[in-house]
Ligand binder design. Structure first.
Ligand code: FAD
Ligand code: FES
Length: 273
């Protein structure tokens, strides 16, 4: 059983949980994730390790309430226990001295880019972080990203804070200004990552994306997370979750994410009752 030591509401529908999980806290590397199950009747869901504190033995996750399990997690409080908390899973991010790295986080993806941005900065890169939100009240972790970035650009779709537009508009602006970009690393909604990949491809800018297919076991056994990358079938849980964004079959990934929409809706409605 894994105890929740801290809970913080970062924005409407987005909660941070700091969880006692000593072994994961010691082993986790940027880009890795956990699979949790709230209780015996719960489903397993993957969440990125947003931060760790090996001395305290804690792991931080940030979850956006989108369906049954993430809403149920949102009802958990300090002192509550999570039944299963498995990890660290997946391959760590490839951290190197690339030069200038642009980190792009969309919505809850902002929490997911934090450990990678931090490691990229520590490796000697010039880090530009682009944080995209729908609107001002959803903005979180701008200060935290500032601590590990040389520049931070915030975008909101409606222009209520920062630059008006999408993360891709901010990236296009950097490219148009002739900024040297050696790597783009994107985490967020699948559609955002697809458009980031389409934008950087003609410029030949190496781009990595962290994919979010449906996962079940997270250990390469069930095949639920299969994605096509460079014409080959890969299992995102063990071969990823990060892949060369220019090689990903984005349309197939988006279709697969929609497969269980009706069942997910039924399950959420039942839980609400
Ligand atoms: P549901 O109603 O069951 O599903 C809503 C949508 O979430 C689905 O349409 C589908 O697109 C997706 N989804 C559902 N079940 C799964 C599943 N088992 N695996 C993956 N996606 C699923 N979300 C965060 O808020 N924060 C994170 O840090 C984060 N990290 C992730 C890391 C990885 C490697 C992956 C694969 C996904 C990550 N996600 C993260 C997405 C998160 O797992 C889903 O939002 C969650 O599983 C939704 O479950 P639900 O029961 O609340 O919603
Ligand atoms: Fe089962 Fe990846 S989640 S193989």
């Amino acid at each position: 059983m894994f105890e929740i030591l801290r809970k913080e509401k970062l924005a409407p529908g987005i909660n941070l949980f700091e969880i006692k999980a000593e072994r994961i806290a010691k082993k986790a590397k940027p880009g890795q994730f956990v699979i949790l199950r709230l209780h015996e009747r719960g489903e397993r869901i993957p969440l990125t390790i947003a931060d760790t504190n090996p001395e305290k033995g804690t792991v931080t996750i940030v979850a956006q309430e989108v369906g049954k399990t993430t809403h149920e997690l949102g009802t958990y409080n300090v002192g509550d226990f999570i039944l299963d908390f498995l990890g660290p899973l997946g391959k760590p991010s490839h951290i190197d001295r690339f030069g200038t790295v642009v980190m792009i986080g969309g919505g809850v993806g902002v929490a997911e880019i934090y450990p990678v941005a931090k490691a990229m900065k520590e490796a000697g890169n010039y880090v530009i972080s682009i944080l995209g939100f729908r609107t001002k009240e959803l903005v979180f972790w701008e200060d935290k990203l500032k601590q590990v970035s040389d520049e931070v650009i915030v975008t909101t779709n409606d222009g209520s804070y920062g630059m008006k537009g999408f993360t891709t508009h901010a990236l296009q602006k950097l490219i148009d200004e002739g900024r040297k970009i050696d790597l783009v690393h994107a985490v967020g909604p699948t559609i955002m990552m697809k458009f980031v990949a389409e934008l950087t491809k003609p410029y030949g800018i190496k781009t990595v994306a962290s994919l979010n297919p449906i996962m079940v076991d997270g250990t390469g056994m069930c095949g639920a997370c299969r994605v096509t990358v460079g014409g080959e079938i890969k299992f995102a849980c063990v071969d990823g979750p990060e892949f060369d964004a220019h090689q990903v079959n984005w349309d197939e990934l988006m279709k697969r994410l929609d497969y269980y929409k009706d069942l997910e809706k039924i399950s959420f409605e039942k839980w609400k009752r």
